[in-house]
Design a protein around this ligand. Sequence first.
Ligand SMILES: [Zn+2]
Ligand SMILES: [Zn+2]
Length: 97
Amino acid sequence: MCRYSDHPVKSHYVCAKDRRSKKSWGPTICEICREEMVNMGPDFKPPRKTYDNQWKKIGLLVAVGVNMQSCGCSGPGYISKTYAEAKRKYGEYGVTS
Ligand SMILES: [Zn+2]
Ligand SMILES: [Zn+2]
């Protein structure tokens, strides 16, 4: 039995543009731009609003469709730690070629 099906947890939803994050049981709307927030998974740790590089990294992860969803057993795997690292991996605009 997977950890999160045994013990359901809320997921972190983000709006990278507005640097907002919210824990929710399901799809939710950004209170600033009213757009749907992106589900980054329960293992996501939102950075402080002022951490430019972290939010730029999140914006890039969102653009390329990377998130931290997992079943809770082994975690989401390795996620780039910095914007520079994510950029090396995914390209400046999420285009790898
Ligand atoms: Zn599992
Ligand atoms: Zn927003």
